[in-house]
Structures are given as C-alpha cells and as structure tokens.
Design a protein around this ligand. Sequence first.
Ligand SMILES: N[C@@H](CCC(=O)N[C@@H](CS)C(=O)NCC(=O)O)C(=O)O
Length: 219
Amino acid sequence: MNSLKLIIGNKNYSTWSLRPWFFLKNLNINFEEELIFILQDDTDIYLKPYNSDGKVPILIDIDSGFQVWDSLAIIETIADKFPEKQGWPQEAKAKAVARTVSAEMHSSFFALRGALPMNLRKQFSDYPIADDVQQDINRITQLWEYCRQYRNNNGSWLLGDFSGADAMFAPIVMRLLGYDVKLTGFASDYVDFVYNNKYMQEWINDSKKETQIIEEDEV
Ligand SMILES: N[C@@H](CCC(=O)N[C@@H](CS)C(=O)NCC(=O)O)C(=O)O
C-alpha cells in the first residue's frame, strides 16, 4: 500500500474516523481523504462499493483496491506497512501496553460514548456527569497513568513518543474537553497537549465548516 485513501465520516461527529486520520497525520504519511457524510439518506449509496459494514473509516490501497476497515485494524495495518514510522513503541512491554489500552478503548467505555457524543461544534460548561460515565472517565485516566510508567522519554504523548494509543484516545480527549470534564495531573496536561496538536486543530477547523446535523449526537 503506497498510495492510500482514507474514507472518513463527518469531522464534527465521527470519532472512529478521527483515530486513523490522526494516526496517519502525526506519522507524516501521505494519504488522500474522502469524506462521506454518515447517517444521511444517500450515505448507503456512497458506502455500498466498499466491504465495510456500511460504516467508516475505510482505508484503501488506491493501486490494488485492497481495503481495510475498522479503526484499530487500519492503525495496525499502517504501523505494519510503515515500520520506520514507529507507530507503536519499539520496546516490547511498552508496545504491549499501547496495544492493550488501544484494544480496551476499542471495546469499552459505552457509558461515556453514549452520554458524551463527540460534537466539535458545541462547547458545554459544567455538564452533568452520571456515575457510570464518571467510572469510565476514571478508568481512562487510570490507563493514561499506567501508560506513563512505560514511556520511553518525557515526551507528552501517552508513552513518550506518539503512538497508536494516542490516536485511539484522541476523540476521548475532545469529548472530555467538549463536556468540560474536570481533570487533574497528567490527564489535564494531556488533553491540553492533544487539543493543541496541529493536526487536531486542522480536524477541528474542518469540522466547524460542516453543516450536517446528526440528531442522535446532539445532546
Ligand atoms: N468498529 C468500527 C466502528 C465504526 C463506526 O461505528 N463508524 C461510525 C462513524 S464514527 C459510522 O460509520 N456510523 C454510521 C452508521 O452507523 O450508519 C471502527 O472502529 O471503525
């Protein structure tokens, strides 16, 4: 896969799209992006040619047409394809930690994901946080602290240098900021750091130009 295309959904709402996009950008890997607005009357028409389950993101090798879908599989595939970019930590335990927290992100935190949908056009203050959502937040910040034990330097990413784990948690950062969740210590510094990342700013700026509304993500 040398010439890559990433199909993504609305930048305002699509958390699973942000993950591989943020990964490719921060590893400085060139790719084309195509945005398909999700949950619209005509979305199925645009997604029908692809193997995915009608969802985004989808990575396509433009030359061969080979497709990979599902955010974490795309991140793993990119890391394999470009080993020199070091998309995962090099040290074995640090790599295992990065992949473990990424897998937990991919399969968990349903209370938070349901109650605090990403909506980059909105900023809440003192948003009420239910107990089960707070439990998810506590677990996430615990995972972030755990990553720091395995970091390879004092860099501001979860494991020192940027890795797939940062890509997997990038939309969580935007949810915590958007709903004004109070954080302390490393978690507070980390959300500020990710928010100020130039590619995150690029994604946010693009999202603000979108006008499509997904009612179920408007709390
Ligand atoms: N497990 C998938 C989830 C993909 C997913 O749910 N994508 C959402 C956008 S964030 C989507 O395409 N929703 C459209 C729909 O459900 O019709 C992944 O990690 O890529």
